[in-house]
Ligand binder design. Structure first.
Ligand SMILES: NC(=O)c1ccc[n+]([C@@H]2O[C@H](COP(=O)([O-])OP(=O)(O)OC[C@H]3O[C@@H](n4cnc5c(N)ncnc54)[C@H](OP(=O)(O)O)[C@@H]3O)[C@@H](O)[C@H]2O)c1
Ligand SMILES: *[C@@H]1O[C@H](CO)[C@@H](O)[C@H](O)[C@H]1NC(C)=O
Ligand SMILES: *[C@@H]1O[C@H](CO)[C@@H](O)[C@H](O)[C@H]1NC(C)=O
Length: 294
């Protein structure tokens, strides 16, 4: 090995160690105190848990989803947990007018915005692709275009606050997986949109962070009900997942990996040994447990 190679290797090792170490555990719940936050898809699952964490940290919270009764209960619990204030606005994210309205409601209530957490997803099936391209189009509206719409609408406020956009994606948004063709399509699209936008922000010195969250199988009711039996790996806890997403956003990380061993580690194989990764992934599925499509 030439001296230059040795020096390069040493330098990379030092930089890597520094990079991994810096910002590690630098998170303080007080970072979210008094912050103005919108969380979408917060009537259940990971979004609901994010609302509770933010409430405990003393944030101002505006949550949204379609089901008003559920949102109402989540808001009541947020107030009890110590939210600086908590509101909800019900509506469907296949409607871009509504997507904009949510951001405008945040502006009206809080007079600004620090963090936009985009987390909702539309309903999809868990099975072999059925050829329904209209469903893919509809899911793109809900899972992607509403995210883009809300980000555009929120950008003036986020620029003022040096704020954060937090996008909840999935391992299925980095690696193609069976039984989730429409869903995976939308999650890959989020990576394209937000990773490119992040580059432009950097170029333009726009100090708004973009955090893409790469999430593995989580124990939310909807995921467990859909996937039960077919995916062999155990589901990770939604409470911890929700906290890791908020931490990543507050620390202005590029990407969050949760659970780390089920996302980051397999992703290291993706570009170097894609077929090996595919075989590992397929071993994780029990096709005989696949439910008949309703
Ligand atoms: N759970 C997992 O295993 C897992 C794995 C990887 C990534 N993720 C990601 O984590 C995020 C949250 O997932 P989750 O498991 O917590 O899901 P979830 O419990 O099913 O929550 C989905 C939320 O989106 C809302 N929603 C559904 N359709 C909507 C629509 N048309 N317009 C507006 N809101 C709508 C739901 O409320 P309403 O029905 O009341 O509208 C609910 O609040 C998603 O982005 C998902 O892709 C989850
Ligand atoms: C879309 O959302 C707007 C704003 O909330 C609402 O006025 C309108 O009725 C919605 N459109 C549909 C088709 O639901
Ligand atoms: C960007 O905003 C963050 C949060 O306010 C701040 O800590 C950081 O110094 C800012 N960076 C630049 C380059 O202004």
């Amino acid at each position: 090995m030439s001296l230059l190679s040795k020096v390069s290797v040493a330098l990379i090792a030092i930089l890597l160690a520094y990079y991994l170490y810096s910002g590690y555990d630098a998170f303080e719940p007080s970072m979210l105190k008094g912050k103005k936050v919108i969380v979408t898809g917060a009537s259940s699952g990971i979004g609901e848990q994010m609302a509770y964490h933010l409430a405990q940290m003393g944030s101002h919270i505006l949550i949204t989803a379609r089901t008003e009764e559920k949102l109402k209960k989540v808001v009541e619990k947020c107030v009890k947990l110590g939210a600086a204030s908590a509101y909800y606005i019900p509506g469907s994210m296949d409607n871009m007018t509504f997507a904009k309205q949510v951001v405008q409601e945040g502006k009206r209530l809080f007079g600004g915005l620090d963090m936009l957490i985009l987390n909702h997803i539309g309903y999809t099936y868990f099975n072999y692709f059925d050829g329904d391209v209209d469903h893919v189009r509809n899911l793109l509206e809900i899972n992607v275009l509403s995210y883009a719409t809300m980000t555009v609408e929120a950008l003036p406020m986020l620029k003022k606050s040096n704020g954060n956009v937090v996008v909840v994606s999935s391992f299925a948004g980095k690696v193609g997986l069976p039984f989730t063709v429409p869903y995976s399509t939308t999650k890959f699209a989020l990576d394209g949109f937000f990773s490119s936008l992040r580059m432009e922000f950097k170029q333009q010195k726009t100090n708004v962070s973009v955090t893409l969250c790469v999430i593995s199988y989580i124990d939310t009711d909807s995921a467990v009900n859909t996937v039960s039996g077919v995916i062999q790996q155990p589901a990770a806890p939604k409470e911890e997942c929700a906290l890791e997403i908020i931490k990543g956003g507050a620390l202005r990380k590029r990407e969050v990996y949760y659970q780390y061993q089920a996302t980051k580690i397999p992703l290291l194989l993706r570009d170097w040994a894609p077929e090996f990764l595919e075989n590992l992934v397929l071993m994780n599925y029990d096709v005989t447990k696949l439910k008949q499509k309703q």
